[in-house]
Design a protein around this ligand. Structure first.
Ligand code: LFR
Length: 496
């Protein structure tokens, strides 16, 4: 294709993608060149730890970059974003010690108490502004330091930084993703020494911080041979937390918008200039993750399409595989808000037995128990819309800013029922798209670093506006059913 080409590596919890972005003038075109499954693996002795298959993922990255270089001719740069919080442990030779552990593994059980003994939850929040999630890196580190591997550990690399290290031989810690460790102070955007000291964690195990747009080395000779034909290929740091890149890829005009980055998770919130570290914000379980260009991603994690993915996996394993479009069609016919669960409840975090856990939550709260896949799917989607509503309302209240439009980006864009229910629940227009927001954000930051695009985030987003076909969902008028339904869920995730 004509124009300058950039490759975005975007790894989510269920699949990885390599996407080629071509910038010509002020225009931007994206093309997916490779997609591969991300299948966690449970292995080991008695513990049976849930791991990421990191070498399989790296293989997918290499194949994807090969496909991208073959297609583009010359790659101007490569950028990597993945899910957050997880890390690899390196020894003194720079070799990886074991497979990185999945954040859904049970090794963090009991770690909350250990951390709380050193630093109360309000203190931890006042320093880091991070939502309590049982898998935040601090809890994982408390578990990891008990392992035999830890005695020879010399360095920690977050997942995108680990892949970047293998591609380039250079090491750094990209700051948007570092902010999810719960070891960063969002005011200074640097490591929080008080937190590290209180928890006796050595933050110098992480290599120095780098920022979106910073150079992050060049592909090592021989890693992607076809890419080398035109000379060295730089790797550029992007918002390496996929959600940071996805927020850059929100095609918003102006400031009065909320975003919902949908996928395995629903990340619901607003883009702010400064963090909100109040006790009220902590109790509402809002997080202050760092965004690109000095922004703060003020948002709440809710469970997301994970709830449905797990049900689908279970039905398939039980021999009653569901076809997704058919299932969503049947779910659309189930009466709205028949039963709902709290999509923020950590009880839904671990894999396995999801259909039963959803049924049990309905039974416990005195609601009709879903009896078939359509009713279960509808319960999940209504529950997600309800969680979206609560988070959008809380974000406005806590930030004292009004939202006029809700942007839905990520995989959930393809789920029309979810988008419409979200508009209805929020009582606000929903603009859906792009599904590949993280790849868009990744490529916009690379292209700006290379000098092909200019300006702040708002300016970069205008490039998106012209490149995309977006879909608008107008809200149905009546908010009262959603208000009543909100009262039925326990609201451990914080509700209005
Ligand atoms: C989404 C995401 C979320 C993060 C979760 C775990 O892919 O990155 O932002 O909380 O995965 O890393």
């Amino acid at each position: 294709p004509a124009g300058v080409a950039y490759a975005a590596v975007d790894l989510g919890a269920s699949s990885g993608r390599v996407i080629l972005g071509t910038v010509a003038g002020e225009g931007l075109a994206l093309e997916e060149v490779h997609r591969f499954p991300n299948r966690p693996v449970r292995a080991g002795g008695a513990e049976r730890t849930l791991h990421w298959d990191i070498l399989g993922l790296y293989r997918g990255v290499l194949d994807g970059l090969c496909a991208a270089a073959t297609k583009a001719g010359r790659l101007a740069s490569v950028g990597i974003d993945t899910w957050a919080v997880d890390f690899g442990v390196l020894d003194a030779d720079g070799a990886l010690l074991g497979n990185p552990v999945h954040y859904r593994d049970a090794r963090t059980d009991g770690m909350e108490a250990e951390v709380a003994a050193a630093l109360s939850a309000p203190e931890l929040y006042a320093h880091t502004g991070l939502q309590h999630l049982p898998f935040n890196t601090v809890y994982q580190l408390c578990a990891a330091r008990r392992s035999a591997q830890w005695t020879v550990a010399r360095q920690l690399l977050l997942i995108p930084d680990l892949l970047s290290y293998w591609l380039t031989g250079t090491r750094g810690t990209e700051v948007t993703n570092a902010s999810t460790t719960q070891l960063i102070d969002p005011r200074t955007r640097d490591w929080s020494r008080p937190v590290a000291e209180a928890l006796d964690l050595d933050v110098s195990l992480f290599p120095p911080l780098r920022h979106p747009g910073d150079p992050a080395g060049e592909l090592l000779p021989g890693t992607v041979p076809v890419a080398e034909r035109h000379g060295p290929v730089p790797v550029t740091a992007v918002g390496s937390h996929d959600t940071a890149s996805a927020v850059v890829g929100v095609p918003a005009a102006g400031e009065d918008f909320a975003y919902i980055a949908t996928g395995t998770w629903s990340l619901v919130g607003m883009e702010l200039d400064t963090p909100i570290l109040t006790e009220e914000s902590r109790r509402a379980n809002f997080t202050n993750e760092l965004g690109v260009d000095g922004t703060v991603r003020y948002l709440r994690n809710t469970m997301g399409l994970w709830l449905l993915q797990e049900c689908l996996r279970e039905w398939e394993a039980g021999g009653s595989r569901q076809n997704l479009p058919g299932l969503l069609g049947s779910a659309a016919k189930v009466p709205v808000l028949r039963s709902v669960v709290d999509a923020g409840d950590p009880e839904f975090l671990a894999p396995g037995g999801m259909v039963g856990r959803i049924a049990e939550a309905c039974r416990r709260t005195g609601q009709p128990v879903p009896r078939d896949p359509a009713q279960t799917a509808r319960c999940v989607l209504d529950s997600l819309a309800l969680a979206h509503r609560a988070a959008v309302a809380d974000a406005q209240r806590l930030s004292n800013r009004e939202v006029r439009t809700v942007h839905v980006v990520g995989g959930g864009v393809h789920n029309e029922l979810l988008c419409q229910l979200t508009a209805d629940a929020c009582g606000l227009p929903v603009v859906a798209g792009p599904a590949e927001a993280a790849a868009y954000g990744n490529i916009l930051v690379q292209a700006r670093a290379a000098g092909a695009l200019h300006g702040d985030l708002a300016t970069l987003r205008t490039v998106l506006g012209s490149a995309l076909r977006l879909r608008l969902y107008e809200p149905a008028g009546d908010q009262r059913p959603w208000e009543r339904a909100a009262a039925r869920v326990r609201g451990s995730s914080g509700t209005t």
